[in-house]
Design a binder for this molecule. Structure first.
Ligand code: FES
Length: 914
């Protein structure tokens, strides 16, 4: 292998000295500045760095520079055709196949290789060819559609981008060209680099040794920082009253992967650093990894102010559930458990900070600009005006990138050293140290009367909240409200407790604990329906919430309750599936086959936004003197499409084309606070703020032109024409004075959903609206092996009003893929599954065909009737899968994931083999 490399990259000859043993991914990104090639794992697991070498796919992270000497390399930057988007890139845009976009370069080059040898591939051929690239957002269906549709692409419809139109993502083009800038792509060339030193033990005392000596002994290192170097408060947390997580642990590390120090230095020195050389003495201590251990006698107490390791408890109580269950005609009870689930976004945490005088600027991936700023103000000991957060594109978040993680390390280094400071988490430290879905242990009892009406439910959930609070209080409060599912239950008690353990903090992850509780509730509803002798779908319809019926918190919605239409939408397919399963199983039994087929249903409801807490979003819209309409859109788009949704709401309200709107993305200096991207709140809350601001702007312009409310606006270069049936007026914008923001017209409006606090029994109005959904799964189980093959999923979701139906489908498909992972394969084991080959997430072959049914029951609060969707879509999938396995085999899966060994063991229990 030669030490120098001469190759052709995207058709151009390149030569690099001393590059023979370096990773190709590093050469492309660093030496050639081809940042379109993404790095997600550096281990060949995620495929994000896939490039073509002489037309064949390869993971650039596993290829040494010398291996491409004399060869041709193609990256995503080489896919354009004569400077224009290729048909393949156009097809990705047309199908919405790029959500966060971090996997898109790898997908595109893999598809290019396939299409070059097979211009009309089958669905299976596409899945096989792209199967080495992981996507955590899309559920893969739209990617396959896009690849298959390249040749016979239909003419593109001419859409303006109003509400209800399936327009392309407004920020889609750079995602398919590789030009979108993520956290690792924006680092200044003169940055120092930072590496965090982390605890190798679940709980340990530690003593840091000679920092200066360590730096002096390692050329290129510049400084070491620890708890003593935090300029402000060595503590952060997403919920201020519970803030408890140190930037650097002090004396005791409470989980494996917790930071104790950070080393800053020149890039090469940091890359070469072996963290085992760092001078620290560890003393491993007793630890507890489960709530059982943490609540047991003699367990180490993680926080002195939280006796018995209890972070917080939640409660919703109504009527007398114990009496109702005791006197029920039919009753069922069971215990369930679910494990830690890793978010598995393909982009590890990354970004940089720089000092500008007395200010610190932090650039990189996050789901929330202003909330991060609030934490960083405390950590840096600075005034709010002196901390600026500038989010990069975010390569997936799903809740975990709400919490501070990498930001303080680069901020402290940049502040002290006066140079930009950058960090890119390794896959291992991302998985070790950032938040997870709460493991749960749930006990549930449900009773119904002889007609199948649910009379009482009693729920108790224990959640492993890890070493620090993060979103534990939110999970503990949200779960009791939702554990009933979207059903009318008069006698109800749901108690929850979040317990500290020596694990990485559990935090926000799509659903905030509701997916876990839905598994128990939906499983037992199936069993109760069987006992009552009622079809499982009809049982749910009989008990479903409806307009005018109180929820378990006593809240009554007069309109907008959409669970019944969702269930009714499934009914035709449900009937067919049941009949098909009976026929299949009869034949299988007769032929001695071990295969059995079944169908199952799961449902969801989910309150959009914060639980009984203020939840405002503010949107600013301005008109420049040249006629440009500008939307300051601070609702961070992590791939779910808020840039597109807000543009469509504004376009609809002002009667302009969505593509004519200039977006100013989240930045605490230039966008008002739109709140965090979580809890399915952006389409609802920020969408409503956008609508409110658009209406205010329109009113201002109409007032200025002195025309009626019915007049239409036409934006043109340098002027707005305002007209109705009676008159037309022209506003010459250059004649108007610009305000401090440079706008001649401007509106800034805030919307905060109306909620009411809950009382000591959890009674009240915690959310202004809920979204609803129902999914049915058809599957086949091999009863000899315990393997489960998903055949089809049909998903009906009430979104109130689909602002963009294509984005709605993308959310449904992506959420279902994550639900499949939760049901069948995902289990994070602290210290054991800290990479993407031991921790499995669904690939192309794991996701079956999905039929999405968009149900629209408008809500009075939502913008144009729209409701949130992002969290909802994951919730019904796992219970529907478990119910389908039970329908096929009789096996009751209580403990997830339902891996083949667990399925087999549950089948044997039914057969009486155990
Ligand atoms: Fe594939 Fe986000 S779009 S990982």
């Amino acid at each position: 292998m030669s030490d120098g490399v001469s190759a052709t990259v995207n058709g151009k000859p390149v030569s690099m000295a001393g590059a023979g043993t370096r990773r190709l991914s590093e050469l492309l990104r660093h030496d050639l500045d081809l940042k379109g090639t993404k790095v997600g794992c550096d281990a060949g697991d995620c495929g994000a760095c896939t490039v073509l070498i002489d037309g064949e796919t390869a993971c650039a992270c596993l290829v040494a520079g010398g291996q491409v000497d004399g060869h041709a390399v193609t990256t995503v930057e080489g896919l354009r055709a004569n400077g224009s988007l290729s048909a393949l890139q156009e097809s990705f845009l047309r199908h919405g196949a790029a959500q966060c976009g971090i996997c898109t370069p790898g997908m595109l080059v893999s598809a290019r290789a396939l299409l070059d040898r097979n211009s009309r591939p089958s669905r299976v051929e596409v899945q096989d060819a792209l199967g080495g690239v992981l996507c955590r957002c899309t559920g893969y269906a739209k990617i396959v559609d896009a690849v298959m549709d390249v040749i016979d692409a239909p003419a593109t419809a001419n859409l303006r981008g109003g509400v209800g139109e399936p327009i392309r993502h407004v920020d889609g083009v750079p995602k398919v060209t590789g030009e979108t800038i993520y956290g690792a792509d924006c680092v200044p060339a003169d940055a120092v680099w930072v590496r965090v030193i982390r605890s190798p033990h679940h709980r340990a005392g530690f003593k840091i040794g000679d920092k200066q000596g360590f730096v002096a002994g390692h050329p290129g290192l510049i400084a070491v920082f620890d708890a003593r170097d935090v300029p402000g408060r060595n503590r952060h947390g997403t919920i201020a009253p519970f803030a408890d997580q140190p930037v650097f642990a002090e004396k005791i590390a409470r989980f494996k992967g917790e930071a104790v120090a950070a080393v800053a230095g020149e890039r090469e020195a940091i890359m070469a650093l072996d963290v085992r050389d760092f001078p620290v003495e560890w003393q491993a201590l007793d630890h507890c990894l489960t709530p059982d251990e943490a609540l047991g006698q003699g367990a180490p107490v993680l926080h002195e102010t939280r006796p018995d390791n209890v972070l917080v408890r939640g409660l919703v109580r109504r009527g007398d559930p114990d009496a109702a269950i005791a006197s029920a005609a039919h009753a069922v009870s069971a215990r369930f458990s679910t494990p830690f689930i890793e978010h598995g976004y393909i982009e590890p945490e990354a970004g940089f900070a720089r000092r500008a005088g007395d200010r610190i600027e932090i650039h990189g991936c996050t789901q929330t600009a202003h909330m991060n700023r609030d934490d960083m103000i405390g950590i840096m000991g600075l005034d709010p005006d002196n901390v600026r957060i500038v989010p990069s594109a975010c390569g997936g978040g799903f809740g975990s990138k709400l919490d501070i993680s990498w930001q303080p390390y680069v901020a402290i280094a940049a502040w002290v050293l006066g140079r930009p400071a950058a960090i890119i988490y390794t896959r291992g430290e991302s998985m070790q140290s950032t938040t997870k879905r709460h493991p749960s242990e749930i006990e549930l009892s449900v009773g119904c009367d002889v007609d199948g009406r649910v009379t009482g439910m009693a729920f108790s959930g224990t959640f492993n909240t890890g070493a620090y609070a993060s979103w534990g209080p939110t999970v503990a409060n949200r779960v009791p409200v939702h554990a009933s599912g979207p059903y009318h239950v008069e006698n109800y008690r749901a108690e929850s407790v979040a317990v500290h353990t020596n694990c990485a903090p559990s935090g926000a992850f799509r659903g905030f604990g509701v997916p876990q509780s839905a598994i128990a509730q939906e499983s037992l509803f199936d069993e109760l329906a069987d006992k009552a002798g009622i079809d499982r779908l009809e049982f749910r319809l009989l008990n479903a919430l409806d307009d005018g019926l109180p929820t378990v918190t006593g809240q009554v919605f007069e309109t907008g309750v959409g669970i019944k239409p969702c269930l009714e939408a499934l009914r035709p397919r449900w009937r067919e599936a049941l009949e098909a399963a009976i026929a299949f199983n009869r034949t299988a039994e007769e032929s001695g086959s071990s295969l059995r087929r079944g169908a199952g249903i799961g449902t969801c409801w989910y309150g959009c936004g914060n639980t009984s807490l203020p939840n405002p979003s503010t949107m600013r819209i301005g008109v420049k003197a040249d006629g440009t309409l500008v939307l300051h859109q601070g609702a961070i788009d992590i791939g779910q499409g808020s840039n597109t949704v807000m543009s469509q709401i504004l376009a609809e309200t002002l009667g302009v084309a969505a593509e004519a709107i200039m977006l100013v993305g989240a930045d605490t200096d230039v966008t008002p606070d739109a709140g965090k991207t979580s809890a399915s709140r952006q389409t609802f809350v920020s969408g409503r703020a956008t609508l409110k601001s658009a209406l205010a702007l329109k009113a201002q312009i109409l007032r200025h032109a002195n025309v009626s409310d019915k007049a239409q606006l036409t934006f043109e270069p340098g002027r707005i024409t305002v007209g109705d049936d009676m008159a037309t007026a022209r506003i010459e914008l250059a004649d108007l004075p610009a305000n401090e923001f440079g706008y001649v017209f401007m509106s800034e409006e805030t919307y905060d959903p109306p909620t009411k606090p809950m009382d000591e029994n959890g009674q009240g109005d915690p959310y202004a609206l809920y979204g609803y959904g129902a999914q049915m799964v058809e599957l086949t189980v091999d009863t000899r092996l315990g393997t489960v093959k998903l055949d089809r999923i049909t998903a009906a979701h009430d979104v109130g009003q689909a602002i963009n139906p294509m984005l709605v489908e993308g959310q449904i498909e992506g959420g279902i893929a994550q639900g499949i992972g939760l049901a069948l394969m995902e289990e994070f084991l602290p210290g054991r599954t800290e990479n993407l080959h031991d921790y499995l997430i669904p690939t192309f072959g794991d996701v079956p065909p999905i039929d999405s049914i968009v149900v629209e029951v408008p809500d009075g609060e939502g913008p144009y009737g729209a409701k949130g969707l992002g969290e909802h879509v994951l919730i019904p999938t796992a219970p529907a899968i478990l119910n389908a396995i039970r329908a096929a085999t009789g096996a009751r899966l209580r403990h997830l994931p339902a891996t083949p060994d667990r399925v087999l063991s549950a089948i044997r229990e039914v057969d009486g083999h155990e």
